[in-house]
Write a protein of this length. Structure first.
Length: 560
Protein backbone atom coordinates (compact mmCIF):
# COMPACT_ATOMS: atom_id res chain seq x y z
CA UNK A 1 0.00 0.00 0.00
CA UNK A 2 1.10 3.55 -0.72
CA UNK A 3 -0.06 6.39 1.50
CA UNK A 4 0.10 10.10 0.65
CA UNK A 5 -0.45 12.45 3.54
CA UNK A 6 -0.51 16.22 3.88
CA UNK A 7 0.12 16.92 7.59
CA UNK A 8 -2.15 19.30 9.47
CA UNK A 9 -4.65 19.25 6.62
CA UNK A 10 -7.35 21.07 8.58
CA UNK A 11 -5.04 24.10 8.89
CA UNK A 12 -3.95 23.87 5.24
CA UNK A 13 -7.53 23.56 3.96
CA UNK A 14 -8.53 26.67 5.92
CA UNK A 15 -5.90 28.66 4.04
CA UNK A 16 -3.86 29.67 7.08
CA UNK A 17 -0.31 30.91 6.33
CA UNK A 18 2.22 28.22 7.16
CA UNK A 19 4.53 30.67 8.93
CA UNK A 20 1.79 31.69 11.38
CA UNK A 21 0.79 29.55 14.38
CA UNK A 22 -2.71 28.23 13.73
CA UNK A 23 -5.01 25.59 15.17
CA UNK A 24 -8.37 24.10 14.27
CA UNK A 25 -10.68 24.09 17.30
CA UNK A 26 -13.83 22.06 17.87
CA UNK A 27 -15.90 22.18 21.07
CA UNK A 28 -13.25 24.41 22.66
CA UNK A 29 -10.50 21.85 22.12
CA UNK A 30 -7.66 21.79 19.62
CA UNK A 31 -8.17 19.25 16.83
CA UNK A 32 -5.20 20.07 14.59
CA UNK A 33 -2.27 22.41 15.21
CA UNK A 34 0.24 23.65 12.66
CA UNK A 35 3.95 22.91 13.01
CA UNK A 36 4.64 26.49 14.12
CA UNK A 37 1.91 26.24 16.77
CA UNK A 38 3.23 22.91 18.03
CA UNK A 39 6.65 24.49 18.43
CA UNK A 40 4.97 27.01 20.77
CA UNK A 41 3.48 24.22 22.90
CA UNK A 42 0.06 23.85 21.28
CA UNK A 43 -1.02 20.20 21.07
CA UNK A 44 -4.22 18.36 20.09
CA UNK A 45 -6.89 17.92 22.79
CA UNK A 46 -5.74 21.09 24.57
CA UNK A 47 -8.39 23.53 25.66
CA UNK A 48 -8.62 26.64 23.55
CA UNK A 49 -7.77 28.94 26.46
CA UNK A 50 -4.67 26.90 27.37
CA UNK A 51 -3.51 26.89 23.75
CA UNK A 52 -3.92 30.66 23.48
CA UNK A 53 -2.11 31.06 26.78
CA UNK A 54 0.89 29.21 25.42
CA UNK A 55 0.74 30.97 22.06
CA UNK A 56 -0.91 34.43 22.25
CA UNK A 57 -0.59 34.91 18.47
CA UNK A 58 -2.48 31.68 17.73
CA UNK A 59 -4.87 31.88 14.78
CA UNK A 60 -8.00 29.97 15.82
CA UNK A 61 -9.89 28.23 12.99
CA UNK A 62 -13.28 26.55 13.23
CA UNK A 63 -13.54 22.83 12.56
CA UNK A 64 -15.27 22.21 9.21
CA UNK A 65 -15.07 18.63 7.85
CA UNK A 66 -16.94 19.61 4.67
CA UNK A 67 -14.38 22.33 3.94
CA UNK A 68 -11.52 19.91 4.51
CA UNK A 69 -13.00 17.29 2.18
CA UNK A 70 -13.92 19.85 -0.47
CA UNK A 71 -10.39 21.24 -0.53
CA UNK A 72 -8.86 17.76 -0.68
CA UNK A 73 -10.87 16.52 -3.68
CA UNK A 74 -8.50 18.10 -6.30
CA UNK A 75 -5.55 16.30 -4.71
CA UNK A 76 -7.31 12.95 -4.78
CA UNK A 77 -8.45 13.60 -8.37
CA UNK A 78 -4.86 14.34 -9.43
CA UNK A 79 -3.81 10.85 -8.31
CA UNK A 80 -6.35 9.33 -10.71
CA UNK A 81 -3.72 9.74 -13.43
CA UNK A 82 -1.60 7.16 -11.56
CA UNK A 83 -4.28 4.62 -10.58
CA UNK A 84 -8.09 4.48 -10.54
CA UNK A 85 -8.02 2.76 -7.15
CA UNK A 86 -7.45 5.82 -4.97
CA UNK A 87 -8.92 5.34 -1.48
CA UNK A 88 -9.68 8.36 0.68
CA UNK A 89 -9.05 7.38 4.29
CA UNK A 90 -9.78 10.89 5.56
CA UNK A 91 -9.30 14.40 4.20
CA UNK A 92 -5.55 14.84 3.99
CA UNK A 93 -4.77 11.13 3.66
CA UNK A 94 -5.18 8.84 0.63
CA UNK A 95 -3.93 5.33 -0.12
CA UNK A 96 -3.86 2.88 -3.00
CA UNK A 97 -2.39 -0.57 -3.75
CA UNK A 98 0.97 -0.43 -5.50
CA UNK A 99 1.13 -3.78 -7.31
CA UNK A 100 -0.04 -2.60 -10.74
CA UNK A 101 1.16 1.04 -10.70
CA UNK A 102 4.55 0.02 -9.30
CA UNK A 103 5.32 -2.18 -12.29
CA UNK A 104 4.20 0.52 -14.70
CA UNK A 105 6.28 3.34 -13.16
CA UNK A 106 9.40 1.29 -12.49
CA UNK A 107 9.21 0.25 -8.85
CA UNK A 108 7.93 1.48 -5.49
CA UNK A 109 10.54 4.24 -5.22
CA UNK A 110 9.63 5.77 -8.57
CA UNK A 111 5.92 5.39 -7.85
CA UNK A 112 6.22 7.06 -4.44
CA UNK A 113 8.21 9.96 -5.89
CA UNK A 114 5.66 10.37 -8.70
CA UNK A 115 2.66 10.33 -6.35
CA UNK A 116 4.27 12.83 -3.99
CA UNK A 117 5.25 15.13 -6.85
CA UNK A 118 1.70 15.08 -8.26
CA UNK A 119 0.17 16.07 -4.92
CA UNK A 120 2.86 18.69 -4.26
CA UNK A 121 2.23 20.26 -7.67
CA UNK A 122 -1.50 20.57 -6.96
CA UNK A 123 -0.78 22.14 -3.59
CA UNK A 124 1.59 24.70 -5.09
CA UNK A 125 -0.97 25.56 -7.75
CA UNK A 126 -3.82 25.98 -5.27
CA UNK A 127 -1.87 27.94 -2.66
CA UNK A 128 0.13 30.06 -5.07
CA UNK A 129 3.35 28.94 -3.43
CA UNK A 130 5.30 28.97 -6.65
CA UNK A 131 4.37 32.53 -7.47
CA UNK A 132 4.24 34.56 -4.29
CA UNK A 133 7.23 33.09 -2.51
CA UNK A 134 5.27 31.41 0.27
CA UNK A 135 6.17 27.88 1.22
CA UNK A 136 3.98 24.96 0.24
CA UNK A 137 2.93 22.48 2.93
CA UNK A 138 5.00 19.30 3.14
CA UNK A 139 3.85 16.07 1.50
CA UNK A 140 4.66 12.73 3.13
CA UNK A 141 4.62 9.43 1.24
CA UNK A 142 4.94 5.98 2.80
CA UNK A 143 5.02 2.55 1.18
CA UNK A 144 4.70 -0.70 3.13
CA UNK A 145 2.91 -4.05 3.13
CA UNK A 146 -0.31 -2.75 4.71
CA UNK A 147 -2.16 0.47 5.38
CA UNK A 148 -1.11 0.66 9.05
CA UNK A 149 2.57 0.22 8.27
CA UNK A 150 2.34 2.60 5.30
CA UNK A 151 0.85 5.32 7.50
CA UNK A 152 3.68 4.94 9.98
CA UNK A 153 6.18 4.97 7.11
CA UNK A 154 4.70 8.26 5.91
CA UNK A 155 4.98 9.63 9.44
CA UNK A 156 8.60 8.44 9.59
CA UNK A 157 9.24 10.43 6.42
CA UNK A 158 9.04 13.58 8.56
CA UNK A 159 12.59 12.79 9.69
CA UNK A 160 13.74 12.89 6.10
CA UNK A 161 12.43 16.46 5.90
CA UNK A 162 13.82 17.63 9.22
CA UNK A 163 17.34 16.19 8.91
CA UNK A 164 19.29 13.71 6.82
CA UNK A 165 18.19 10.23 7.93
CA UNK A 166 20.81 8.05 9.52
CA UNK A 167 21.39 4.34 9.85
CA UNK A 168 22.15 1.37 7.66
CA UNK A 169 20.44 1.47 4.32
CA UNK A 170 19.12 5.02 4.83
CA UNK A 171 20.06 7.91 2.57
CA UNK A 172 21.98 10.53 4.54
CA UNK A 173 23.42 13.20 2.35
CA UNK A 174 22.06 15.61 -0.20
CA UNK A 175 18.45 16.29 -1.01
CA UNK A 176 16.76 13.74 -3.23
CA UNK A 177 19.14 11.04 -1.98
CA UNK A 178 18.39 7.36 -2.60
CA UNK A 179 20.23 4.41 -1.12
CA UNK A 180 18.63 1.07 -0.48
CA UNK A 181 21.75 -0.38 1.10
CA UNK A 182 21.33 -4.10 1.64
CA UNK A 183 17.64 -4.21 0.95
CA UNK A 184 16.62 -2.09 3.94
CA UNK A 185 14.19 0.82 4.22
CA UNK A 186 14.71 3.66 1.81
CA UNK A 187 14.12 7.30 2.70
CA UNK A 188 14.18 10.32 0.42
CA UNK A 189 13.77 14.04 0.92
CA UNK A 190 13.38 16.65 -1.74
CA UNK A 191 12.18 20.11 -0.82
CA UNK A 192 8.85 19.65 0.92
CA UNK A 193 8.50 16.00 -0.14
CA UNK A 194 9.41 13.19 2.27
CA UNK A 195 9.31 9.55 1.20
CA UNK A 196 9.81 6.34 3.18
CA UNK A 197 9.72 3.02 1.32
CA UNK A 198 9.62 -0.24 3.28
CA UNK A 199 10.55 -3.16 0.98
CA UNK A 200 8.07 -6.04 0.56
CA UNK A 201 8.15 -8.32 3.56
CA UNK A 202 10.02 -5.79 5.70
CA UNK A 203 7.08 -4.21 7.50
CA UNK A 204 7.42 -6.38 10.61
CA UNK A 205 11.05 -5.32 11.08
CA UNK A 206 10.14 -1.68 10.40
CA UNK A 207 7.32 -1.77 12.97
CA UNK A 208 9.23 -3.66 15.67
CA UNK A 209 10.80 -0.60 17.40
CA UNK A 210 7.61 1.49 17.17
CA UNK A 211 5.84 2.13 20.52
CA UNK A 212 2.55 0.31 21.12
CA UNK A 213 0.87 3.71 21.45
CA UNK A 214 0.83 3.88 17.64
CA UNK A 215 -1.99 1.31 17.72
CA UNK A 216 -4.37 4.11 18.80
CA UNK A 217 -6.19 1.81 21.22
CA UNK A 218 -5.75 3.62 24.56
CA UNK A 219 -7.25 0.98 26.86
CA UNK A 220 -5.36 -1.90 25.24
CA UNK A 221 -2.14 0.09 25.13
CA UNK A 222 -2.43 0.91 28.83
CA UNK A 223 -2.62 -2.80 29.70
CA UNK A 224 0.21 -3.72 27.32
CA UNK A 225 2.54 -1.12 28.83
CA UNK A 226 1.75 -2.29 32.36
CA UNK A 227 2.59 -5.83 31.23
CA UNK A 228 5.97 -4.62 29.97
CA UNK A 229 5.12 -4.77 26.25
CA UNK A 230 6.26 -1.31 25.17
CA UNK A 231 6.98 -1.86 21.45
CA UNK A 232 5.14 -3.48 18.58
CA UNK A 233 7.98 -5.99 18.32
CA UNK A 234 7.27 -7.13 21.89
CA UNK A 235 3.62 -7.70 20.99
CA UNK A 236 4.40 -9.44 17.69
CA UNK A 237 6.76 -11.87 19.45
CA UNK A 238 3.90 -13.30 21.55
CA UNK A 239 2.05 -16.44 20.38
CA UNK A 240 -1.26 -15.52 18.80
CA UNK A 241 -3.35 -17.97 20.93
CA UNK A 242 -2.04 -16.33 24.10
CA UNK A 243 -2.88 -12.85 22.80
CA UNK A 244 -6.39 -13.87 21.73
CA UNK A 245 -6.99 -15.68 25.03
CA UNK A 246 -6.07 -12.55 27.01
CA UNK A 247 -7.36 -9.71 24.81
CA UNK A 248 -9.89 -11.29 22.45
CA UNK A 249 -10.62 -9.96 18.97
CA UNK A 250 -9.09 -6.57 19.70
CA UNK A 251 -5.84 -8.24 20.71
CA UNK A 252 -5.85 -10.30 17.53
CA UNK A 253 -6.19 -7.18 15.38
CA UNK A 254 -3.39 -5.45 17.29
CA UNK A 255 -1.15 -8.52 16.94
CA UNK A 256 -1.73 -8.63 13.18
CA UNK A 257 -0.96 -4.93 12.85
CA UNK A 258 2.24 -5.34 14.86
CA UNK A 259 3.34 -8.02 12.39
CA UNK A 260 2.77 -5.77 9.40
CA UNK A 261 -0.48 -7.45 8.36
CA UNK A 262 -3.92 -5.95 7.85
CA UNK A 263 -6.17 -5.86 10.91
CA UNK A 264 -8.35 -8.51 9.26
CA UNK A 265 -7.53 -11.10 6.60
CA UNK A 266 -8.41 -9.70 3.15
CA UNK A 267 -11.86 -10.51 1.78
CA UNK A 268 -11.21 -12.55 -1.36
CA UNK A 269 -14.80 -12.50 -2.63
CA UNK A 270 -16.52 -9.48 -4.11
CA UNK A 271 -19.58 -8.25 -2.20
CA UNK A 272 -22.91 -9.46 -3.61
CA UNK A 273 -24.28 -7.32 -6.41
CA UNK A 274 -27.59 -6.85 -4.59
CA UNK A 275 -25.83 -4.70 -2.00
CA UNK A 276 -25.32 -1.91 -4.54
CA UNK A 277 -27.90 0.85 -4.13
CA UNK A 278 -28.57 3.69 -6.55
CA UNK A 279 -31.01 6.52 -7.12
CA UNK A 280 -31.95 8.64 -10.12
CA UNK A 281 -31.85 12.38 -9.46
CA UNK A 282 -34.76 14.02 -11.24
CA UNK A 283 -34.42 16.87 -11.97
CA UNK A 284 -30.61 16.72 -12.07
CA UNK A 285 -28.96 18.41 -9.10
CA UNK A 286 -26.91 21.49 -9.89
CA UNK A 287 -26.02 22.05 -6.21
CA UNK A 288 -25.06 19.86 -3.31
CA UNK A 289 -28.20 20.35 -1.18
CA UNK A 290 -30.70 18.19 -3.17
CA UNK A 291 -28.10 15.49 -3.77
CA UNK A 292 -27.15 15.44 -0.10
CA UNK A 293 -30.84 15.00 0.81
CA UNK A 294 -31.02 11.89 -1.35
CA UNK A 295 -27.63 10.71 -0.09
CA UNK A 296 -28.87 10.13 3.44
CA UNK A 297 -31.72 7.91 2.29
CA UNK A 298 -29.34 6.04 0.00
CA UNK A 299 -26.84 5.50 2.83
CA UNK A 300 -29.56 4.28 5.19
CA UNK A 301 -30.79 1.81 2.56
CA UNK A 302 -27.28 0.40 2.12
CA UNK A 303 -26.77 0.19 5.87
CA UNK A 304 -30.11 -1.62 6.29
CA UNK A 305 -29.19 -4.18 3.64
CA UNK A 306 -25.84 -4.83 5.25
CA UNK A 307 -27.33 -5.06 8.72
CA UNK A 308 -29.95 -7.56 7.53
CA UNK A 309 -27.08 -9.82 6.42
CA UNK A 310 -25.17 -9.34 9.68
CA UNK A 311 -22.46 -7.42 7.82
CA UNK A 312 -20.76 -4.05 7.86
CA UNK A 313 -18.77 -2.12 5.26
CA UNK A 314 -15.26 -0.85 5.85
CA UNK A 315 -14.81 0.45 2.29
CA UNK A 316 -17.50 2.01 0.10
CA UNK A 317 -17.36 3.14 -3.52
CA UNK A 318 -19.32 6.37 -3.92
CA UNK A 319 -20.23 7.23 -7.50
CA UNK A 320 -22.00 10.07 -9.27
CA UNK A 321 -22.91 10.65 -12.92
CA UNK A 322 -24.10 13.75 -14.74
CA UNK A 323 -26.47 14.23 -17.64
CA UNK A 324 -23.48 14.50 -19.99
CA UNK A 325 -22.09 11.15 -18.91
CA UNK A 326 -19.35 12.54 -16.66
CA UNK A 327 -18.59 10.16 -13.80
CA UNK A 328 -16.76 10.42 -10.53
CA UNK A 329 -16.08 7.35 -8.40
CA UNK A 330 -14.15 7.48 -5.19
CA UNK A 331 -13.32 4.75 -2.66
CA UNK A 332 -13.72 5.77 0.99
CA UNK A 333 -12.10 3.67 3.69
CA UNK A 334 -12.56 3.60 7.45
CA UNK A 335 -10.68 1.79 10.22
CA UNK A 336 -13.97 0.45 11.57
CA UNK A 337 -17.44 -0.10 10.16
CA UNK A 338 -18.98 2.79 8.25
CA UNK A 339 -22.33 3.89 9.67
CA UNK A 340 -25.14 5.32 7.57
CA UNK A 341 -24.35 8.83 8.81
CA UNK A 342 -20.66 8.40 7.97
CA UNK A 343 -21.45 7.22 4.43
CA UNK A 344 -23.88 10.11 3.88
CA UNK A 345 -21.28 12.61 5.09
CA UNK A 346 -18.64 11.23 2.72
CA UNK A 347 -21.04 11.32 -0.21
CA UNK A 348 -21.85 14.95 0.53
CA UNK A 349 -18.16 15.84 0.89
CA UNK A 350 -17.32 14.17 -2.41
CA UNK A 351 -20.09 15.95 -4.31
CA UNK A 352 -19.23 19.25 -2.64
CA UNK A 353 -15.63 18.99 -3.79
CA UNK A 354 -16.65 17.97 -7.32
CA UNK A 355 -19.36 20.56 -7.88
CA UNK A 356 -17.36 23.42 -6.36
CA UNK A 357 -13.98 22.44 -7.77
CA UNK A 358 -11.96 24.24 -10.40
CA UNK A 359 -13.36 24.84 -13.86
CA UNK A 360 -11.12 22.11 -15.21
CA UNK A 361 -12.53 19.39 -12.92
CA UNK A 362 -16.06 20.71 -12.37
CA UNK A 363 -18.87 18.79 -14.20
CA UNK A 364 -20.65 20.56 -17.05
CA UNK A 365 -24.13 19.35 -16.11
CA UNK A 366 -26.23 18.46 -13.11
CA UNK A 367 -25.91 15.16 -11.28
CA UNK A 368 -28.47 12.68 -12.56
CA UNK A 369 -27.50 9.47 -10.74
CA UNK A 370 -25.90 8.43 -7.45
CA UNK A 371 -24.81 4.97 -6.31
CA UNK A 372 -23.10 3.24 -3.41
CA UNK A 373 -21.22 -0.05 -3.65
CA UNK A 374 -19.55 -1.71 -0.66
CA UNK A 375 -15.98 -2.56 -1.63
CA UNK A 376 -15.12 -4.53 1.50
CA UNK A 377 -17.71 -6.26 3.68
CA UNK A 378 -16.89 -7.81 7.05
CA UNK A 379 -19.04 -9.53 9.67
CA UNK A 380 -20.72 -7.07 11.99
CA UNK A 381 -19.15 -7.66 15.36
CA UNK A 382 -21.93 -5.98 17.33
CA UNK A 383 -22.22 -2.43 18.58
CA UNK A 384 -21.16 -0.80 21.82
CA UNK A 385 -24.06 1.37 22.91
CA UNK A 386 -23.09 4.89 23.90
CA UNK A 387 -24.44 6.99 26.75
CA UNK A 388 -27.21 8.41 24.55
CA UNK A 389 -28.39 5.03 23.26
CA UNK A 390 -27.68 3.30 19.98
CA UNK A 391 -25.50 5.15 17.51
CA UNK A 392 -23.87 8.39 16.47
CA UNK A 393 -27.13 9.73 15.05
CA UNK A 394 -28.69 9.53 18.51
CA UNK A 395 -25.73 11.39 19.97
CA UNK A 396 -26.18 14.09 17.34
CA UNK A 397 -29.85 14.50 18.28
CA UNK A 398 -28.96 14.70 21.95
CA UNK A 399 -26.34 17.34 21.18
CA UNK A 400 -28.89 19.40 19.24
CA UNK A 401 -31.37 19.09 22.13
CA UNK A 402 -28.73 20.39 24.53
CA UNK A 403 -28.08 23.30 22.17
CA UNK A 404 -31.80 24.17 22.17
CA UNK A 405 -31.89 24.13 25.98
CA UNK A 406 -28.90 26.44 26.05
CA UNK A 407 -30.62 28.74 23.59
CA UNK A 408 -33.65 28.95 25.89
CA UNK A 409 -31.87 29.21 29.25
CA UNK A 410 -28.54 30.72 28.27
CA UNK A 411 -24.95 29.57 28.16
CA UNK A 412 -23.97 27.45 31.14
CA UNK A 413 -27.48 26.14 31.69
CA UNK A 414 -26.35 22.62 30.74
CA UNK A 415 -23.25 21.21 32.41
CA UNK A 416 -21.33 17.94 32.14
CA UNK A 417 -18.95 16.37 34.67
CA UNK A 418 -15.19 16.43 34.29
CA UNK A 419 -12.52 14.87 36.49
CA UNK A 420 -10.26 17.37 38.27
CA UNK A 421 -8.74 15.31 41.09
CA UNK A 422 -8.84 16.09 44.81
CA UNK A 423 -8.63 14.57 48.26
CA UNK A 424 -12.26 15.51 48.90
CA UNK A 425 -14.95 13.54 46.99
CA UNK A 426 -16.98 16.75 46.75
CA UNK A 427 -14.33 18.44 44.60
CA UNK A 428 -12.96 15.48 42.60
CA UNK A 429 -15.46 16.18 39.83
CA UNK A 430 -16.33 19.64 38.50
CA UNK A 431 -19.18 20.67 36.23
CA UNK A 432 -18.27 22.50 33.02
CA UNK A 433 -20.56 24.08 30.46
CA UNK A 434 -21.75 21.75 27.72
CA UNK A 435 -20.84 24.40 25.15
CA UNK A 436 -17.17 23.76 25.94
CA UNK A 437 -17.22 20.06 24.99
CA UNK A 438 -18.27 17.82 22.12
CA UNK A 439 -21.00 15.52 23.41
CA UNK A 440 -20.94 13.27 20.32
CA UNK A 441 -17.45 11.86 20.93
CA UNK A 442 -15.60 10.31 23.84
CA UNK A 443 -14.30 13.02 26.15
CA UNK A 444 -10.85 12.58 27.74
CA UNK A 445 -11.91 14.74 30.67
CA UNK A 446 -14.67 12.29 31.61
CA UNK A 447 -12.23 9.47 32.37
CA UNK A 448 -10.39 8.86 35.64
CA UNK A 449 -7.14 8.31 33.70
CA UNK A 450 -7.07 12.02 32.92
CA UNK A 451 -6.07 12.76 36.53
CA UNK A 452 -2.54 11.53 37.14
CA UNK A 453 -1.71 13.45 40.35
CA UNK A 454 -1.23 11.14 43.37
CA UNK A 455 -3.29 13.26 45.84
CA UNK A 456 -1.91 11.76 49.09
CA UNK A 457 -4.56 11.51 51.79
CA UNK A 458 -7.46 10.90 49.42
CA UNK A 459 -10.05 8.23 50.15
CA UNK A 460 -9.49 4.71 48.81
CA UNK A 461 -11.89 3.25 46.27
CA UNK A 462 -14.78 2.71 45.93
CA UNK A 463 -15.95 6.30 45.76
CA UNK A 464 -19.21 7.23 47.52
CA UNK A 465 -22.33 7.20 45.37
CA UNK A 466 -23.87 10.40 46.78
CA UNK A 467 -21.82 13.45 47.75
CA UNK A 468 -23.93 15.87 49.77
CA UNK A 469 -24.01 19.43 48.52
CA UNK A 470 -24.25 20.57 52.13
CA UNK A 471 -22.72 18.30 54.83
CA UNK A 472 -25.31 16.89 57.25
CA UNK A 473 -24.65 17.31 61.02
CA UNK A 474 -23.92 14.06 62.84
CA UNK A 475 -22.77 12.68 66.20
CA UNK A 476 -20.31 9.82 66.65
CA UNK A 477 -19.83 8.33 70.15
CA UNK A 478 -17.94 5.41 71.66
CA UNK A 479 -19.31 2.52 73.72
CA UNK A 480 -19.42 4.74 76.83
CA UNK A 481 -21.38 7.45 75.06
CA UNK A 482 -18.45 9.91 74.89
CA UNK A 483 -17.85 11.81 71.64
CA UNK A 484 -15.16 10.28 69.47
CA UNK A 485 -12.24 12.56 68.68
CA UNK A 486 -9.09 12.45 66.56
CA UNK A 487 -5.68 13.40 67.95
CA UNK A 488 -3.04 15.47 66.21
CA UNK A 489 -1.31 12.21 65.29
CA UNK A 490 -4.41 11.01 63.45
CA UNK A 491 -5.49 8.50 66.10
CA UNK A 492 -9.06 7.93 67.32
CA UNK A 493 -9.78 8.54 70.98
CA UNK A 494 -11.93 5.37 71.00
CA UNK A 495 -13.55 3.05 68.46
CA UNK A 496 -16.86 4.47 67.16
CA UNK A 497 -19.85 2.55 68.52
CA UNK A 498 -22.99 4.55 67.63
CA UNK A 499 -24.04 7.14 65.03
CA UNK A 500 -26.81 9.72 64.86
CA UNK A 501 -27.44 11.67 61.65
CA UNK A 502 -29.11 15.10 61.80
CA UNK A 503 -30.62 14.51 65.21
CA UNK A 504 -32.12 11.18 64.21
CA UNK A 505 -32.19 7.91 66.16
CA UNK A 506 -28.97 6.29 67.32
CA UNK A 507 -27.80 3.24 65.37
CA UNK A 508 -25.00 0.85 66.17
CA UNK A 509 -21.81 0.96 64.09
CA UNK A 510 -20.90 -2.58 62.96
CA UNK A 511 -17.74 -1.67 60.98
CA UNK A 512 -15.54 1.33 60.42
CA UNK A 513 -12.35 2.35 58.60
CA UNK A 514 -9.99 5.26 58.98
CA UNK A 515 -9.36 7.89 60.00
CA UNK A 516 -7.79 9.69 57.06
CA UNK A 517 -6.41 13.00 58.35
CA UNK A 518 -5.97 15.87 55.91
CA UNK A 519 -4.17 19.16 56.46
CA UNK A 520 -4.44 21.44 53.42
CA UNK A 521 -2.91 24.86 52.69
CA UNK A 522 -1.24 25.13 56.08
CA UNK A 523 0.86 27.97 54.66
CA UNK A 524 -2.26 30.11 53.99
CA UNK A 525 -4.07 31.05 57.21
CA UNK A 526 -7.11 32.29 55.32
CA UNK A 527 -7.59 29.03 53.40
CA UNK A 528 -6.02 26.47 55.75
CA UNK A 529 -8.10 23.39 56.46
CA UNK A 530 -7.62 20.50 58.87
CA UNK A 531 -9.98 17.55 59.14
CA UNK A 532 -10.20 13.77 59.48
CA UNK A 533 -12.52 11.42 57.55
CA UNK A 534 -14.03 8.17 58.75
CA UNK A 535 -16.05 5.48 56.99
CA UNK A 536 -18.87 4.04 59.09
CA UNK A 537 -21.15 1.07 58.39
CA UNK A 538 -24.26 1.31 60.61
CA UNK A 539 -26.46 -1.67 61.46
CA UNK A 540 -29.35 0.08 59.69
CA UNK A 541 -29.13 2.35 56.68
CA UNK A 542 -26.41 2.92 54.10
CA UNK A 543 -22.69 3.31 54.90
CA UNK A 544 -21.61 6.89 55.60
CA UNK A 545 -18.52 9.01 55.11
CA UNK A 546 -18.19 11.37 58.07
CA UNK A 547 -15.63 14.11 58.66
CA UNK A 548 -14.49 15.75 61.87
CA UNK A 549 -13.66 19.43 61.33
CA UNK A 550 -13.64 22.19 63.89
CA UNK A 551 -14.73 19.75 66.62
CA UNK A 552 -17.93 18.76 64.77
CA UNK A 553 -18.85 15.58 62.92
CA UNK A 554 -20.68 15.88 59.58
CA UNK A 555 -21.85 13.36 56.98
CA UNK A 556 -20.20 14.42 53.73
CA UNK A 557 -21.15 11.46 51.50
CA UNK A 558 -23.23 8.28 51.43
CA UNK A 559 -22.33 4.91 49.91
CA UNK A 560 -24.74 2.80 47.90
Amino acid sequence: MLVVRVPDWGVVAAGAPLDQPAAVVHANRVVVASAVARAEGVTPHQRRREAQGRCPDLLVLEHDPARDARAFEPLAAALDQITPRVEVVEPGLVAFPTRGPSRFFGGDDALAARAGAVVAAVLRGRLGAAGDGTAAPPVLVGVADGLFAARLAAEAARAALAEPPRGAGIAAADDDADDDGAGGDRAHRSGGLGVRVVPPGGSAAFLAPQPVATLDRPELVDVLVRLGLTTLGDLAALPLPDVVGRFGAEGQEAWRLARGLDARPPALEDPPAELTVSVEVDPPAETVAPAAFLARGLAEELHARLWARGSAATQVVIGAETEHGERLERVWRAEGALTAAAIADRLRWQLDGWLQGSVRHRPTAGISRLWLTPAEVVPAGGRQLGFWGTDAATADRASRAVARVQGLLGAGAVAVPEWRGSRDPATQIALVGAEAVDLTVERPGAGRDRVVAPWPGRLPTPAPAWVHAEPVPAEVVDAAGAPVGVSGRGELSAPPARLSVDGGPWVDVVAWAGPWPVEERWWDPARARRLARLQLVPAEGPPRLVALEGGRWRVTATYD
